[in-house]
Design a protein around this ligand. Structure first.
Ligand code: SF4
Length: 334
């Protein structure tokens, strides 16, 4: 059975139960009808001033005929919880999952067990799946490493394969074969000449052409923060409970800030683009991020799915010029 996900949850449990995970975010944003999906939700009564991801997922559940959805009711956002309530009576079964704010081991373990019981499996079986997924996750970690060490994997490829670790396309074998091909191609390429390295932090962007546009400006996205968290590669080798305790996205912002600081230094990032979604509470974290970082930060706000606006492009061009000027000044100082 296809099990919809509104956010990254322990996919090992869904696979252990013999179901096919479907990340509704990825289905929505990659659909050619994504903009219409948002409008459809607004026609059904959703406010204009609400998150487009939530509206898109609402329509995607109905369009795809998804009958069971695991919804994160603590650690994602309250808009998603309200979305679930608007589908009351539509024949969709929702299975709640919570990431306790304090990362408490006992509470999180209970959540893992409850999710496993709801899907007809247990944590032991999920642990076996976790072990079988480890080689795939290691390959994704390799892909990420090639992105920033040699530049032979593009920022877009890095985004795509990392963001897809929430559900492995519902077919781990197909995902791994495609990943092998990208890694094979990357191994054949010469390291890419030095370009401005930037990090993209915050929720995955809703825009379809952001990576392409940055590439055209000569900016290489060498770090996709939240997408990397979705891969669980920062906790490779840990047990299932620890893996989901170390996952930074659903808890407080401070572990995220520390991760961004470490990766900014490690990857030699020259600037950070903080993507924020219109009407998302996570926008409030922007000033904490700016205070925590010692490099230029551009905050880019997106609303609807589709292409960058003219204003976004102008701001990205100006940001690129700033990074280039700092780079030239550094060369001049040597
Ligand atoms: S972008 Fe923000 S408001 Fe929208 S679904 Fe994600 S967490 Fe919720």
């Amino acid at each position: 059975m296809r099990i919809g996900l509104t956010s990254t949850v322990p996919v090992e449990i869904i696979l252990a139960a013999g179901h096919q995970p479907v990340d509704l975010n990825n289905v929505f944003v990659s659909a050619s009808s994504a903009a219409r999906q948002v409008e459809r939700a607004e026609s059904a009564g959703y406010p204009r001033a609400s998150c487009a991801w939530v509206k898109g997922i609402y329509s995607t559940i109905l369009d795809e005929g998804i009958e069971r959805v695991v919804v994160v009711v603590q650690g994602d956002c309250s808009q998603m919880q309200a979305m679930v309530e608007t589908l009351n009576g539509a024949g969709v079964e929702f299975i709640p999952f919570s990431y306790p704010y304090d990362r408490g081991a006992e509470r999180l373990q209970r959540e893992l067990e409850a999710l496993a019981a709801a899907l007809g499996t247990d944590v032991e079986a999920a642990t076996s799946i976790q072990m079988s997924l480890a080689p795939v996750r290691e390959k994704v970690a390799r892909l990420d490493e090639l992105t920033w060490t040699r530049g032979t994997v593009s920022g877009w490829e890095n985004h795509l394969y990392q963001v897809s670790c929430s559900d492995f396309w519902g077919d781990v074998g197909a995902f791994e074969s495609a990943l092998d091909q990208v890694l094979g191609r990357a191994a054949q390429k010469e390291p890419v000449a030095e370009r401005a390295r930037v990090g993209l932090v915050g929720v995955p962007p809703i825009y379809s052409d952001l990576y392409e546009f940055l590439d055209g400006l000569g900016m290489h996205v060498a770090f996709n923060e939240i997408q990397r968290q979705f891969t669980m590669t920062p906790s490779l080798g840990a047990d299932l409970l620890t893996q989901y305790q170390r996952y930074t996205y659903p808890y407080d912002v401070f572990a995220r800030l520390e991760d961004i600081q470490v990766q900014t230094l490690k990857r030699g990032l020259e600037g950070i683009i903080h993507y924020v979604q219109s009407f998302c509470y996570r926008q409030i974290h922007d000033h904490l991020l700016r205070n925590a970082l010692h490099c230029p930060v551009l905050t880019l706000e997106g609303d609807r799915p589709g292409r960058l606006t003219g204003r976004d492009k102008l701001r990205l061009e100006a940001f690129c010029e700033t990074l280039e000027a700092r780079r030239s000044a550094r060369v001049g100082d040597r």
